[in-house]
Design a protein around this ligand. Structure first.
Ligand SMILES: *Cc1c(COP(=O)(O)O)cnc(C)c1O
Length: 241
């Protein structure tokens, strides 16, 4: 019956994908157990930048429904070729001239990194007659190569976000510096959690999300309170250049 349809032969790529996904789910579950949290408290965003729509569809067949892209142009082409029920988050630097498309194609923009961008997204959301869930991206470690607010700048500007009525601030996002030893970036995740607390105090309301942790460091991020992890390589393998 239903099983007959599901047992179609898997390609090698499909097999690798299911292995990678199973492993990531197990790593998430183990990190949650260590932290005394429920696995259901951590949402997995499967990062499909550089991956073709076939791979997204194969991932969707394995039960994934939340995907992350870092370029509007690429996402726009891909999303229309994927099942309409899938949900998409923008996780890369967004140029103001792409804000309109981002509001159209994404359920959430995780990478709001300036007030100017926030204002433009607010304007586009107003025009589109919707509200836009966002996360504010923070450059905790102050790396010159990364986008995102410095914590002190965010706190100074935070109240001005509140005036943007078409934006719903759901929390904060960060990308930790790359290191072979994920323990080294634990302080970065901890600082983002503390900063969320300070933002909540200014807001007078709780913020739901901390989006932190990628393939190499998501366990540590979960131990420090991540509610969203963004994982590409550990699920899909290294990208063929
Ligand atoms: C690519 C990317 C990820 C996923 O990185 P992996 O190391 O492949 O898991 C997460 N977040 C952002 C913002 C990215 O650009």
């Amino acid at each position: 019956m239903a099983l007959v349809f599901r047992s179609r032969p898997l390609t090698l790529a499909g097999m690798e994908l299911s292995e990678g996904l199973r492993e990531v789910r197990e790593r998430i579950a183990r990190a949650c157990r260590r932290a005394g949290r429920e696995a259901s408290e951590v949402a997995l965003v499967a990062v499909t930048k550089g991956q073709p729509p076939e791979v997204v569809r194969a991932a969707a067949d394995l039960g994934l429904n939340l995907f992350g892209e870092n370029k509007v142009q690429e996402a726009k082409a891909k999303i229309s070729l994927c099942p309409a029920r899938l949900r998409w988050h923008m996780i890369g630097h967004l140029q103001t001239n792409k804000a309109r498309d981002a509001v159209h194609f994404f359920e959430m923009i995780q990478s709001i990194d300036s007030l100017r961008l926030a204002e433009e997204v607010n304007r586009c959301a107003e025009k589109a007659g919707r509200t836009m869930p966002i996360l504010i991206e923070v450059n905790v470690a102050g790396e010159a190569s990364k986008f995102g607010y410095r914590p002190e700048t965010l706190l100074a500007e935070f109240e001005r976000f509140n005036g943007l009525r078409r934006l719903e601030i759901h929390g904060l996002m960060t990308m930790a510096p790359w290191t072979p030893d994920p323990e080294k970036v634990r302080p970065v995740f901890r600082q983002l959690r503390e900063l969320k607390g300070e933002c909540e105090a200014r807001l007078g309301a709780p913020l739901e999300h901390l989006s932190m942790g990628m393939s190499s460091d998501f366990e540590v991020a979960i131990e420090e309170g991540a509610t969203i992890v963004r994982v590409g390589t550990a699920i899909f393998g290294r990208q063929k250049a």
